[in-house]
Design a protein around this ligand. Structure first.
Ligand SMILES: C[C@H](O)[C@H](O)[C@H]1CNC2=NC(N)=NC(=O)C2=N1
Length: 121
């Protein structure tokens, strides 16, 4: 597989996933995770995760609202976490295969384009 660039991933569309396909093999996951800046693989290798420090609670929720719209458009949905009122995390995996597929990386690339008001570090 030739690894798509971030731009190529962001211009793709998630495909409906009814399962029956294997998760991506580790070498392809490794290549793709390098492409989606800011995202990392969870310890179990089954999800990708990115964290942000939002300006405040409402900024985090506004970000989630935009991510929610995107997820509905893509038909592929992340897990959203907000803790300590401004610590925002998004995790993505393909439920239908219990692991990672290209859909997850397409969504991650698109989430990278969603604005979030961040705390000045
Ligand atoms: C038919 C439709 O593609 C499925 O129900 C979608 C909905 N959103 C989804 N989101 C994620 N993350 N994984 C899935 O397997 C999934 N399946």
């Amino acid at each position: 597989m030739s690894t798509p660039t971030l731009t190529e991933l962001a211009s793709k569309k998630c495909v409906p996933c009814e399962g029956g396909v294997p998760p991506l093999p580790p070498d392809e996951v490794e290549a793709l995770i390098q492409t989606v800046s800011g995202w990392s693989l969870t310890a179990d290798g089954k999800r990708i995760r990115r964290e942000w420090k939002a300006k405040n609670f409402v900024a985090g929720l506004r970000f989630f609202d935009k991510v929610g719209e995107l997820a509905e458009e893509e038909g592929h949905h992340p897990d959203l976490h907000i803790e300590g009122y401004r610590n925002v995390a998004v995790e993505i995996w393909t439920h239908a295969v219990g692991g990672l597929t290209e859909n997850d990386f397409i969504l991650a690339a698109k989430i990278n384009e969603v604005p979030i008001e961040q705390k000045r570090s």
